[in-house]
Design a protein around this ligand. Structure first.
Ligand code: NAD
Length: 436
């Protein structure tokens, strides 16, 4: 099939590349000229495991091309995927400016049998809006489907190649059949292909992210209770997880969720509810618990240094909002870094992939370290934000030799409190008694 992918960001690039890898002709379109020039030169603008090899392989085979020419990309494709960003507006609603612009610009170039598919996460009713807008512009009906994306950054290729399910929202069964054909190579292991109305498909994406965010905020609130009541959230987690109605997935306490999806999608769903005169009580609570959770490491550090971190050298391990990505959008590390800088501390930071993105935001206000161990040199404390594998089994003796202080604030519960005590550290984690 001939596919145009409009918007070559995390989702567009991964989706376009995977479709090319299964034998389709894919042209990725973006307005960002630098990004397209880099991709044409074989440089991948984001860090995503396995992506680079796939892009290079499919570009070399000629099945994957890149352009800034929307008209050209659209006019030679049958399936037009929309994967532009839908960032949050000031009131929390999804900003559809880019998507609307693309719809208007591409309309005159659509072929007679074109199928337009939204991959971006868009508010319920957007599919209908596009359908009506194209009808208004072209004087005819164009097939518009919704195909929300559930991939996780850091495991995007695997998630796309072996999806738990594929959801499509369509008006006509024939359109579902075209998309089913496109996805068939990825659904060989009996993964379900679920066709439904566009509204249900659009909602499915928000409901999935809302529930996942709710689980995170729920376990974080329980972790905070554990700390106050003298319990250990790890034991409680085990105690509840074996109940098959509950399970273990997505119930890890931490310093809150971040990234480009959960925060914005929870707020967008709440905003949609409010527009309908409804009161999204759970979504508002999930968001507010998460905002609070991003400050728990700050509070622990503040308490430990009795409110004065001036001149303290604080090593910070992990800046990305989660491991295996360089994405720092709404990352909990930002809350910590802002606090440290505003209060005269000197952060010495390390992240295997996200340092450049952090540098673009903070410039030379931070000390950037090549290795996690280097970040500890002379540090009064270590704070951990992201559970990169490399941080799981460090050389604690080496750490002690390098550090000035002997205290670790662990926002991801990487170590066992008792062992940390034995190794000579004061250790504060999430939802567990401190080891002092
Ligand atoms: P992104 O910011 O990485 O990429 C968006 C791309 O669209 C950018 O490259 C931008 O230059 C391009 N763009 C903007 N306006 C354009 C225009 N007029 N014409 C062509 N290109 C244009 O965003 P993303 O993370 O890939 O997210 C895209 C959508 O997918 C969002 O709606 C997001 O909610 C959704 N989504 C993201 C993820 C994720 O993990 N990142 C997962 C599922 C769904």
């Amino acid at each position: 099939m001939k596919i145009a992918m409009i918007g070559t960001g995390y989702v567009g690039l991964v989706t376009g590349t995977c479709f090319a890898d299964s034998g389709n002709d894919v042209v990725c379109v973006d307005i960002d000229e630098e990004k397209i020039a880099a991709l044409k030169a074989g440089e991948i603008p984001i860090y995503e495991p396995g992506l680079s090899e796939l892009v290079v392989r499919n570009s070399e085979s000629g099945r994957l091309t890149f352009t800034t020419d929307l008209a050209d990309g659209v006019s030679r494709s049958q399936i037009i995927y929309l994967a532009v960003g839908t960032p949050p507006a000031a009131d929390g609603s999804a900003d559809l400016t880019a998507l609307r612009a693309v719809v208007d610009q591409m309309a005159p170039h659509l072929t007679d049998d074109a199928v337009v598919v939204t991959k971006s996460t868009v508010p319920v009713g957007t599919n209908q809006f596009i359908f009506e807008r194209l009808q208004e512009l072209l004087g005819r009906e164009v097939d518009v489907a919704s195909n929300p994306e559930f991939l996780k950054e850091g495991a995007a290729i695997d998630d796309f190649m072996k999806p738990d399910r594929v959801v499509v929202g369509v008006r006509r069964a024939e359109v579902a059949e075209i998309l089913n054909e496109l996805y068939r190579p990825f659904l060989r292991t009996d993964r379900p292909f679920l066709a439904m109305s566009p509204q249900s498909a659009e909602l499915t994406k928000y409901v999935a992210n809302a529930l996942l965010s709710t689980k995170i905020s729920f376990i974080n609130e329980m972790a905070n209770l554990c700390e106050q009541m003298g319990g250990d959230i790890n034991d409680v987690r085990r105690g509840i997880g074996h109940d098959q109605r509950i399970g273990f997935a997505f119930l890890f306490p931490g310093v809150g969720y971040g990234g480009s999806c959960f925060p914005k999608d929870v707020r967008a769903l709440a905003s949609m509810a409010r527009d309908l005169g409804l009161d999204p009580r759970i979504m508002d609570a999930v968001d507010s618990v998460n905002q609070h959770q991003k400050t728990v490491l700050v509070d622990k550090i503040k308490n430990y240094f009795e409110g004065d971190v001036t001149g303290k050298r604080i090593a910070v391990w992990g800046l990305a909002f989660k491991p295996r990505t360089d994405d720092i959008r709404e990352a909990p590390a930002l809350t910590l870094l802002d606090y440290l800088l505003e209060n005269g501390a000197q952060p010495q930071v390390h992240d295997p992939e996200a340092s450049e993105n952090i540098r673009a935001r903070y410039g030379n206000k931070l000390v950037y370290c090549e290795s996690a161990m280097d970040a500890l040199n002379g540090a009064d404390a270590l704070a951990i934000n992201t559970e990169w594998k490399a941080y799981h089994n460090p050389d604690f003796d080496d750490m002690k030799n390098r550090m000035n202080g002997r205290v670790i604030f662990d926002g991801r519960n990487l170590y066992e409190p008792e062992q940390m005590l034995k190794k000579g550290f004061s250790y504060y984690s999430i939802g567990r008694p401190p080891a002092l």
